[in-house]
Write a protein that binds this ligand. Structure first.
Ligand code: GTP
Ligand code: MG
Length: 451
């Protein structure tokens, strides 16, 4: 923990400035030993200092060095950041000099790990930071910064506070049952408190899919028979000629992907091979892939050619898509309409064509409606953000259910207290109040180098 670490914190490539960051007990001395300018060991904390990096009398770069002394830093240790000229050679040279002079190259996420271990951030906030860095849409950014600000953490801490005071009340009653002035823990009171916590946890579990939508976006598979216009729809939504479009059925063989943003949410569009029986080996693999994509997507846009009749086989295929949300898009409505829409009116149906982009706006609005996007954005972003958090809330939920069952069964207070403690610990693991080393290694290794 007390090692001096360093890493390039900016993306390595050609750019005006790069930042090389170091943290640890001796980093000010280490940087000072390669720096010509003010004596960095004597400057005030949180100052930016102009000077040069030198190596064996050779001027390596003209730099600005930020000196931030513990404890008011991200890692709670002394932190020095060298703003050097960008590009690969200079940045690597500065890094190399730091390593020669006593720093160790940081592991991915090690600065954040130090910040966590030194109590600067909790695990939800740490995961929020990582999500913030990889945010690609406005809504995913807002959701991430809300977690960095500690909003979700406060909610979890609040539930834990309630659990710990319940626990304390139970304990005085089973430790000193004879004391008359102990607050009496009645079954009604216990049940009421536990039921309220249970409802809060359920709300967290139920709303976790909103977190996934904000963070990862919505995976949309564009599927249908060959030649109905799937690739044309993809190209129009992307405003780019990404997929090949021809009037030959079976044009798209492999999947073609692209991303758009609707109402600040990332939409991952996946164009697939037209689904039909085929003897062509390559096309057959494509069709299998289409079905696979369909099984993991959040939404299927099933495209029908309005100019052709819907047959029984197609209808049963549409009905068989039941694991994902679906919107049926009647394309080519500029041509004579031969498809009978009433056959599928039990589903969400939109009509349009790619010739004039007619109907594609309706399609976007339907996606917003289907996934309650405006409602999700209106909320406070207090959604669980990954499988780790969801699994732990599930465990806490089960423990509270057990505690309520024990209250109903009039079991001893000690037994109820065990379940309450278990829920308290599970919620604690979410913020990292307790943790296993392997979890930290796993979690922080997914971070960027230099973060
Ligand atoms: N009239 C009309 N033609 C369209 C429309 N959309 C697509 N087409 C034409 O239909 C043909 C097939 O379009 P694609 O987008 O390649 O169809 P696809 O569903 O991707 O086909 P596969 O990749 O073979 O499965 C092309 O000639 C398009 O120009 C439309 O709205 N109106
Ligand atoms: Mg295609």
């Amino acid at each position: 923990m007390n090692e001096n670490i360093c890493a390039i914190s900016t993306a390595l490539g050609v750019g005006a400035i790069s930042i090389v960051r170091c943290s640890g007990p001796d980093v000010i001395e280490i940087v000072n030993s390669i720096f010509k300018g003010k004596d960095l060991t004597k400057v005030d904390t949180h100052t930016i200092n102009y000077g040069h990096i030198f190596s064996d009398g050779e001027n390596i770069d003209e730099v600005l060095v930020s000196v931030m002394k513990a404890p008011n830093t991200f890692t709670r240790e002394d932190v020095v950041e060298i703003n050097c000229h960008g590009g690969i050679a200079t940045t690597n040279k500065v890094l190399e000099l730091l390593i020669i002079n006593g720093c160790r190259l940081a592991e991915p996420g090690e600065f954040s790990k130090k910040a966590f271990l030194n109590g600067r951030i909790d695990l939800i906030e740490a995961e929020g930071i990582n999500d913030l860095i990889s945010s690609e849409s406005e809504e995913s950014r807002k959701y991430a910064i809300s977690r960095v600000d500690g909003n979700l953490s406060r909610l979890i801490i609040n539930e834990r506070d309630i659990l710990v005071s319940l626990q304390a009340e139970l304990e005085v009653n089973f430790d000193f049952p004879e004391e008359a002035d102990n607050p009496e823990v009645t079954s009604e009171k216990l049940r009421e408190s536990l039921t309220s916590i249970l409802a809060d946890l359920k709300e967290l579990i139920d709303s976790s899919s909103n977190g996934s939508i904000l963070k990862n976006g919505i995976d949309v598979a564009i599927v249908g028979k060959p030649n109905v216009g799937k690739s044309s729809i993809l190209n129009h939504l992307l405003d780019q000629k990404k997929a090949i479009v021809t009037d030959i059925a079976g044009t798209t063989r492999d999947i073609v992907e692209g991303t758009i943003t609707i109402a600040g949410i990332k939409i991952n569009l996946i164009d697939t091979a037209g689904i039909r029986q085929t003897e062509d080996l390559v096309e057959k693999i494509g069709v299998d892939k289409s079905k696979e994509i369909l099984s993991t997507a959040d939404l299927a846009i099933y495209v029908i050619n309005s100019n052709e009749q819907i047959d029984e086989e197609e209808l049963s295929f549409i009905r068989s898509i039941d694991n994902v949300q679906k919107i049926i898009f009647f394309n080519k409505d500029d041509l004579e309409i031969n498809a009978d829409k009433s056959l599928v009116d039990e589903f969400i149906v939109v009509s349009g064509n790619t010739v004039s982009e007619n109907g594609l706006k309706d399609l976007k609005n339907k996606i917003i409606e289907l996934f309650n996007i405006n409602e999700i954005k209106g909320k406070n972003y207090n959604f669980l953000s990954n499988a780790r958090q969801i699994a732990l809330v599930h465990m806490a939920y089960e423990s509270i259910q057990n505690a309520i069952a024990s209250v109903d069964g009039e079991y001893p207070l000690e037994m109820i207290a065990v379940d309450i403690k278990k829920a308290y610990d599970d919620l604690g693991e979410i913020i990292g109040a307790t943790y296993k080393d392997e979890l930290l290694d796993e979690l922080f290794s997914k971070f960027c180098l230099g973060k």
